[in-house]
Design a protein around this ligand. Structure first.
Ligand SMILES: *[C@@H]1O[C@H](CO)[C@@H](O)[C@H](O)[C@H]1NC(C)=O
Ligand SMILES: *[C@@H]1O[C@H](CO)[C@@H](O)[C@H](O)[C@H]1NC(C)=O
Ligand SMILES: *[C@@H]1O[C@H](CO)[C@@H](O)[C@H](O)[C@H]1NC(C)=O
Ligand SMILES: *[C@@H]1O[C@H](CO)[C@@H](O)[C@H](O)[C@H]1NC(C)=O
Ligand SMILES: *[C@@H]1O[C@H](CO)[C@@H](O)[C@H](O)[C@H]1NC(C)=O
Length: 223
């Protein structure tokens, strides 16, 4: 009897452990928003004005990053050149950016890394590594920024888009406030939607099944 009870507790303990590891392995939060904070801290440190976060621009940055998925070289340089027309013909419609509000993109920084790095490290080790990118980041004429990030088994891809539209929050407007975007992979700045790995999500049922299974084992053992 004692032996059987022990077995039962062990099962429950094992299942709780499994469940805990499944829950903690999910990435919470939105690293794209964190990168915008890093960018703005750097700018205010240089006495430049902060940039507004534009969800429309962020969504387009995510589209760009997605397009580059798989093109990270072994030395972590990105070989990726989507056609310029993609902004108006693919990215904007995919995001539901209202075309009359499509502003001009005044800067673009992209980077990739086979290993995932936190936003602060990504900023200094992946995205802003030379004079050219630093001067892009520090350009006085920018007013808005959007960041997109995807993380796949082929690495993590980041894209930063700048715009100098003069009409804050009337540029890159998303239809239905962006509620129509079906974000399958990655994340972008300007929303509170957390990052999705793009892999199949563990459903809440999985946890229940584990618990049912452990209870079942307990019952079977008791008879
Ligand atoms: C901004 O970032 C660049 C590149 O990482 C760094 O060299 C510079 O010191 C930073 N400036 C401030 C004020 O944080
Ligand atoms: C990185 O790889 C690319 C293409 O594979 C090559 O053109 C470039 O010179 C490499 N850069 C360094 C620093 O090794
Ligand atoms: C990715 O790399 C492949 C092979 O070098 C190239 O043909 C393709 O155009 C690249 N994709 C983009 C979006 O640049
Ligand atoms: C800042 O960006 C604007 C718009 O893209 C460009 O015309 C200008 O040359 C840039 N300034 C610097 C200092 O790079
Ligand atoms: C931008 O949005 C804020 C809050 O939604 C609003 O108070 C402000 O008037 C808007 N500014 C412009 C220029 O439309």
């Amino acid at each position: 009897m004692m032996e059987k009870k022990l077995g039962c507790f062990q099962w429950i303990a094992l299942c709780s452990l499994l469940l805990a590891s499944v829950v903690s392995s999910k990435h919470h939060g939105n690293p794209a928003n964190d990168l915008v904070d890093v960018i703005n801290k750097n700018r205010t440190g240089q006495r430049l004005k902060q940039l507004n976060t534009s969800p429309g621009l962020g969504c387009m940055a995510l589209q760009y990053a997605e397009q580059c998925n798989g093109n990270c070289t072994s030395n972590n340089t990105l070989n990726c050149h989507p056609p310029e027309d993609d902004f108006t013909e693919v990215f904007a419609p995919n995001c539901g950016v209202e075309l009359p509000t499509l502003g001009t993109i005044s800067g673009l920084i992209v980077g990739c890394q086979h290993k995932y790095l936190e936003p602060l490290e990504t900023f200094s080790h992946v995205l802003v590594r030379d004079k050219k990118t630093l001067s892009l980041l520090s350009n006085k004429t920018h007013s808005e920024v959007g960041v997109g990030m995807i993380r796949t088994h082929k690495g993590s891809y980041w894209c930063v888009l700048f715009s100098s539209s003069s009409h804050t929050n009337s540029s890159f407007v998303l239809e239905a406030l962006g509620h129509g975007i079906k974000q399958k992979k990655g994340c972008f700045s300007g929303t509170s939607t957390p990052c999705s790995s793009g892999r199949k999500k563990t459903s809440p049922f999985f946890g229940s099944i584990l618990i049912m299974f452990s209870l079942y084992i307990c019952l079977v053992q008791d008879f």
